[in-house]
Design a protein around this ligand. Structure first.
Ligand SMILES: Nc1ncnc2c1ncn2[C@@H]1O[C@H](COP(=O)(O)OP(=O)(O)OP(=O)(O)O)[C@@H](O)[C@H]1O
Ligand SMILES: [Mg+2]
Length: 356
């Protein structure tokens, strides 16, 4: 298989050796290279974790995050998905210094998540779930408060507040108390707050949950735009697979604290293709569909065939598009329709979770 960057459950060990596309980076992960006595930070990744774990409970019986090895490249929009209780929020909290890891380590924007939390706060923005504000203060007052925490100069601060509220579509709510904001307004305001320090890495925990479709689309467009125009690395969790498919370059799937798979949607498709095979549907001209079926069934790797109406359904062990087309052609037929059964992220997610 070509580079998939996939870490499947099968590769239980650490996931470190198994990434393929990231093999070079992994050697240097989290390492501070010492050259000529100067300690240089490796900063290939915006976020990295090594064996990151968090346990809860009196007897440490809850493994909320279990040996997580992740690498998020600079400038990526990275999706973190998994069922309720999978460990997404716990992971984010460790990455932003709100929770200390039980084991393992990590870096965000080149800073250590245990020893350099202050630097992480300065260079990151966070939209938590649920987002909390000073609800008796107005939008402007809230943002002013956060801006002061970052020592942003008053002129810059006031301009930025206005501009951020405009960006998130809350210009008219500038002087409204956030306590009166609707769910959608709170999310958008949370994004404005997360951006007050012009972060290079943005953590968004379920940025669109509870928002109406229009608001959610606006949020996604904002995220894409921030990423494209400002190069902000985005690490987001979501339960909407369509959303993640739309905006994320790569995705990590986590369940019960464990990483099940990492890669682009196409990488994840390859992972499932390898495990479960591929389904094709085709229509042929010049020869009867039964004749095409006879020809195709002899192609090595074809495991099942079915004819419904005039469509031929072919199940194969692997990608066999060229071979199937050739078999039909050799039998005197022409392929007029040839599709691979669509596997969207929703389907892939369910399959990967099921198989775990
Ligand atoms: N402070 C805590 N004390 C004890 N257990 C906790 C604590 N925080 C989280 N957990 C447990 O850790 C596990 C992971 O929780 P987490 O909130 O990280 O999941 P999640 O993936 O964010 O889920 P959701 O999709 O519902 O937001 C759960 O079993 C949860 O009950
Ligand atoms: Mg959560």
């Amino acid at each position: 298989m070509e580079s998939t960057g996939i870490e499947s459950t099968g590769m239980e060990s650490t996931g470190i050796e198994s990434t393929g596309i990231e093999s070079t980076g992994m050697d240097s992960i989290g390492v501070e290279l010492e050259q000529n006595g100067i300690v240089r930070k490796t900063d290939e990744f915006a976020i990295e974790t090594i064996h990151l774990s968090k346990v809860f409970g009196k007897e440490n019986q809850i493994r909320a995050v279990d040996n997580l090895n992740l690498q998020v490249r600079k400038g990526e929009v990275f999706g973190f998905v998994g069922p309720n209780g999978a460990g997404k929020t716990t992971t984010m909290k460790m990455l932003i210094g709100l929770l200390e890891p039980s084991e393992g380590s990590g870096k965000v924007a080149g800073f250590d998540i245990i020893r350099e939390v202050i630097n992480i706060r300065e260079t990151t923005g966070v939209l938590p779930e649920p987002a909390g504000f000073y609800d008796n203060l107005t939008a402007r007052q809230n943002l002013r408060f956060y801006a002061k925490l970052y020592n942003i100069e008053p002129d810059i601060r006031e301009k930025r507040i206005v501009s951020l509220l405009e960006t998130v579509g809350l210009t008219r709510a500038v002087d409204q108390k956030t306590g009166g904001f609707s769910t959608g307004m709170r999310k958008r305001f949370g994004l404005a707050q997360a951006l007050i320090n012009e972060p290079s890495v943005l953590f968004l925990d379920e940025p669109t949950s509870g928002i109406d479709p229009l608001g959610a689309q606006m949020m996604r467009d904002l995220i894409k735009d921030l990423n494209r125009s400002k190069g902000v690395t985005v690490f987001l969790s979501s339960h909407s697979m369509a959303e993640v498919e739309e905006i994320c370059d790569r995705i990590a799937i986590i369940a019960r604290g464990k990483l099940l798979a990492v890669g682009s949607v196409e990488d994840l498709r390859d992972m499932i293709r390898e495990k479960e095979g591929v389904n094709y549907l085709l229509e042929v001209q010049e020869i009867p569909v039964s004749a095409a079926a006879n020809a195709v069934k002899n192609v090595e790797g074809v495991t099942a065939l079915d004819i419904r109406d005039k469509t031929l359904y072919v199940h194969t062990e692997m990608k066999l598009r060229t071979e199937i087309a050739k078999a039909v052609k050799n039998a005197g037929g022409t392929v007029s329709m040839f599709e691979e059964e669509e596997m969207n992220l929703q389907k892939l997610f369910l399959k990967i979770i099921e198989g775990a």
